[in-house]
Design a protein around this ligand. Structure first.
Ligand code: PAF
Length: 286
């Protein structure tokens, strides 16, 4: 496994890999956990060679979010990736990614707005800009992202279509299903911040979401069901619900009623200082 941090050697290395098959890209910010490794394993099924990028992207951090404290553990991450059969780790320096005078911003309107975009202004611009650059640098055949960050996935899919990144270089932006704990809580590095009591309470999130989905699919009114979901979370130990919304799965247009196209229930809620997000599919009306 090669680890590279500047662009010319990366381009040469991916050109060599491409001669012997399809390339899958798994973009990450490092501090890898089981969720990332699930993406890598799926990438290995989708392509002949897996390239993992590790880059803590300053553009997607807000002024009040601590970029400096974000965990950086390149050596440990590389050891995990080597064991998974990854061909190449692309770990650019900030200077290699954003040369002096860098002045370009990719902003995907619509899908970036509301939900997590409301509390993190500029965040999805930062994500879209770096992912667009990664696509151009690695020229993958497929790229894989976790469905846990559904809004991020929708932003990247929209950008890939709008900027013609889907062909010829990226045939597919693939979403990989959220990995869950046995009790249903979505796996996240943030779960480690929960106390034992908070961890026990956190299961209310997937449980209340599943209940809300059954009610919506049974024809109960959406707004009353979402209000009930919020009350259940607050009664179950959550300190605040940032949002609980039913949206079209790809455009992310907010829905007041169950529709005929695939939908998603998206929730962000806080337990103490920890903000948990989750999303689940809601079956379309026949
Ligand atoms: O999901 C992440 O880890 C990041 O937002 C991504 C897609 C690697 C872009 O920096």
């Amino acid at each position: 496994m090669q680890t590279l941090n500047s662009l010319d050697p990366l381009r040469r290395a991916v050109a060599v890999l491409r001669q012997s098959g399809k390339i899958a890209l798994v973009p990450t910010m490092g501090a890898l956990h089981e969720g990332h490794l699930t993406l890598v394993r799926e990438a290995r099924r989708q392509a002949d060679h897996v390239v993992v990028s590790i880059f803590v992207n300053p553009l997607q951090f807000g002024a009040n979010e601590d970029l400096d404290k974000y965990p950086r553990q390149l050596e440990a991450d590389c050891a995990l990736l080597k064991a998974e059969g990854v061909a190449l780790v692309w770990a650019p320096t900030v200077e290699a990614m954003y040369p002096q005078g860098f002045a370009t911003n990719i902003s995907v309107s619509g899908v970036s707005e509301g939900l997590c975009g409301a509390s993190r202004p500029g965040h999805f611009d930062g994500v879209a800009t770096v992912v667009c650059k990664l696509f151009h640098q690695v020229l993958p055949d497929v790229a894989l992202f976790g469905e846990k960050d559904w809004q991020q996935l929708a932003v990247i899919r929209r950008m890939a279509r709008d900027l013609d990144l889907v062909q010829p270089h990226v045939d597919a932006v693939i979403g990989v299903a959220t990995v869950r704990e046995e009790d249903g809580l979505a796996k996240s590095s943030r779960n480690a911040y929960l106390s034992q009591e908070q961890r026990a309470q956190a299961v209310a999130l997937p449980t209340a979401m599943k209940d809300a989905i059954s009610r919506i699919e049974a024809g109960e009114p959406v707004s009353a069901t979402l209000a009930r979901l919020q009350e259940t979370l607050l009664a179950g130990g959550f300190s605040a619900v940032d949002y609980a919304e039913l949206r079209d799965a790809s455009s992310l247009i907010q829905l007041e009623e169950r529709g005929a196209a695939p939908m998603r229930l998206l929730v962000a809620a806080r337990i103490g200082a920890t903000r948990l997000i989750d999303n689940m599919a809601v079956a379309a009306e026949w």
